[in-house]
Design a protein around this ligand. Sequence first.
Ligand SMILES: *Cc1c(COP(=O)(O)O)cnc(C)c1O
Length: 364
Amino acid sequence: MGNMQINITKCLEKKAKPATEGIAFGRNFTDHMFIADYTEGQGWHDHRIVPYQPISLDPSAIIFHYGQTVFEGLKAYKSEDGTVRLFRPEENFRRMNESCDRLCMPAIDEEQALEALKALIEMERDWVPSAEGTSLYIRPYMIATEPHLGVAPSLEYKFMIVLSPVGSYYKGGVAPVKILVENEYVRAVAGGTGAAKTAGNYAASLKAQQVAEGMGYAQVLWLDGVEKKYIEEVGSMNVFFKIGGEVITPALNGSILGGITRKSILEMLRAWDVPVTERRISMQELVEAQKDGRLEEAFGTGTAAVISPIGEFSWKGETFSVKDGEAGELSLKLYDELTGIQTGKKDDPFGWVTVIEEKATVKQ
Ligand SMILES: *Cc1c(COP(=O)(O)O)cnc(C)c1O
């Protein structure tokens, strides 16, 4: 991003903050946003924090036609002592650059992106909700802005960060969900863009999600795009199974998104000496384990829900329950530990949390 000087324009009037009770995900935005522009030959320039507002783009901007865009998702938490914390933000900017590489988009300076995020959150500190389970959702993203109808990487981009206060994912405790194993549509294939956080993957997933919801399922479990035999992920979460005392998650194979929650859970389980393997796992193997009574737990992992226990799955018209539909012991323990670290209620033995200092304190 070159030498970063952030220009700040404050909003004239602050918005009323929504009540966090029952707040819908991703529909409320804070007073300010961060923007930087990229021009080929010049690099990143005009880093600025401005009032949250619509942006103006040329109708022929490449983003509208060929979907050259990537995004990230992470959260800021307010702890009981009022400090604001970020969970492994450097991992998000590292992954964003990996996504950018796959989409032929320019890299951001990861350290400067984190500085920009901290500056923005510092200004929006009052927007970080403090009630149990609430957080400030952070959406960094990049779009291709060059007006050009030719299929080629854009020569101009915008990198932006918007913030959205979000409520508790779970109202009344961590509740297991029912999932539908998807046998027709696929999310991604090896060699495609499945490992990148890019818009097209989500547009392509809507159809299956709509069908599953219509049938009463919360999420889709995606299988590999070639044989539809091996388990990939669930909705926009990675997936874990506990079978006969061992925790198994599909190995990152190029079509699965490498979640930061996934990575953190693997690191926690290894620190706790829980046997854990990243490998290929087929639906057949899962069903056999369920029938033999060896399937102890199943759960999805991601920034939004942290841990989402799976109580039941349906495959080719047959329904299988996990733990009689109850949330498993390990799922709940992981949820408590991880959310405890994120919110500052528990120690952070892994050094995962970045505390955002109050500027006034820093200056003294
Ligand atoms: C973001 C995402 C995840 C989870 O990643 P986290 O970093 O843990 O939030 C998993 N799968 C898909 C498809 C995703 O987009």
